[in-house]
Design a protein around this ligand. Structure first.
Ligand code: NDP
Length: 317
């Protein structure tokens, strides 16, 4: 099966690597060409010059870009995706996109007899490396069946969520829950730390109790208390997801004050910490306001540049 993969970022690259082997033949394209060339070194993958060049001859084209906006922009122009996609082919967008954007893209492709699925993933960069991602899919069930071999190359769980846009909506809600857990765990531990309760002691109790979450069980012990803060999933992307979740809830007529406030907090944290910060670094904003370091009373230690670069462990994002 001829496949094209566009967008070799933190999660796109390890996903695409699974497609650089039989029964697939792979063409890749990345905005920064040097990244695509680095990716293809030692792999049987063709580096395409343009999105159209990547799509030509491909039965399935996969995109994994920051937002639906970048995917939409890739469609147009003489060397855009639409110039390369043949009728009867299929575009699978693994971007954590927004439902309206995906519906617009699907409509434009349908006019050319190209099928579309929104298929965002969870499981983090480590899940992508291991090929154990969860893929949540919006679109036609029959189209999903055609895409299944490609999705199964990097996904262990493939779930049909509903029509086009349903995958994006589900992903956004999942991620705003992650954002709520990171932020609320940070607030709680900062307050406890100020009262003299060590963060490692607090987490020992919380993780044996009903307040636990992936944040308390994995993210805080491995990334905050160690001060490692590895960069696996940009805060800017989580802020984007929380914003999509807030818009989605509003569009459904659901008054969602917690989701809305969380989206605001992450938008502001992105403004403070910038485009390259990891999502867990949001706790730095809480620490700064509270005047305390979580884990500072004993469990943590000062971070070194080596620790910042440390890659970690399974993070189901
Ligand atoms: P990165 O920021 O690491 O990579 C972004 C990719 O998009 C790069 O290949 C970049 O190219 C490309 N890109 C950015 N802007 C444009 C543009 N205007 N036109 C064309 N290409 C562009 O993101 P991730 O790989 O982390 O995330 C990709 C998607 O997957 C996002 O929607 C994210 O929310 C989602 N996701 C990420 C997870 C993670 O753990 N990282 C987990 C689950 C979902 P270039 O190299 O030129 O910058």
């Amino acid at each position: 099966m001829h496949v094209a993969f566009l967008g070799l970022g933190a999660i796109g690259a390890p996903m695409a690597r699974h497609l650089a082997q039989p029964p697939f033949t792979l063409a890749v394209w990345n905005r920064t060409r040097a990244t695509a060339e680095r990716f293809a070194t030692g792999l049987p993958a063709r580096v395409a010059h343009t999105p159209a060049d990547a799509a030509r001859g491909a039965e399935v084209v996969v995109t994994c870009l920051p937002t639906s906006r970048e995917v939409e922009a890739l469609l147009d122009g003489p060397e855009g995706l639409l110039a390369g996609l043949a009728p009867g082919t299929l575009l699978v967008d693994c971007t954590s996109g927004d439902p309206d954007g995906s519906r617009r893209i699907a409509a434009r492709l349908a006019a050319r007899d190209v099928a579309f699925l929104d298929a965002p993933v969870s499981g983090g960069t480590s899940g992508a490396e291991r090929g154990t991602l969860t893929v949540m899919v919006g679109g036609d069930a029959a189209v999903l069946d055609r895409a299944r071999p490609v999705l199964a190359a990097f996904g262990a769980k493939i779930v049909h969520a509903g029509p086009v846009g349903a995958g994006d909506a589900l992903k956004a809600i999942n991620n705003v829950l992650l954002a709520v857990h990171v932020w609320s765990t940070g607030e709680g531990l900062a307050a406890l730390e100020k009262a003299g309760v060590r963060a490692d002691v607090a987490l020992e109790v919380i993780n044996a109790s009903s307040g636990r979450s992936n944040s308390s069980e994995n993210l805080f012990p491995e990334r905050v208390l160690t001060r490692a803060f590895p960069r696996t999933f940009r805060l800017a992307l989580l802020a984007k997801d929380a914003g999509i979740a807030a818009d989605f809830a509003r569009a459904q007529g659901v008054d969602a004050p917690l989701i809305t406030r969380t989206a605001e907090l992450f938008r502001d944290a992105r403004g403070v910490l910038g485009e390259e910060a990891d999502h867990v670094e949001a706790v730095r904003v809480i620490e700064e306001q509270a005047g305390v370091t979580i884990g500072g009373a004993g469990a943590g230690h000062a971070e070194t540049p080596e620790e910042r670069a440390t890659d970690v462990l399974e993070q189901p994002l």
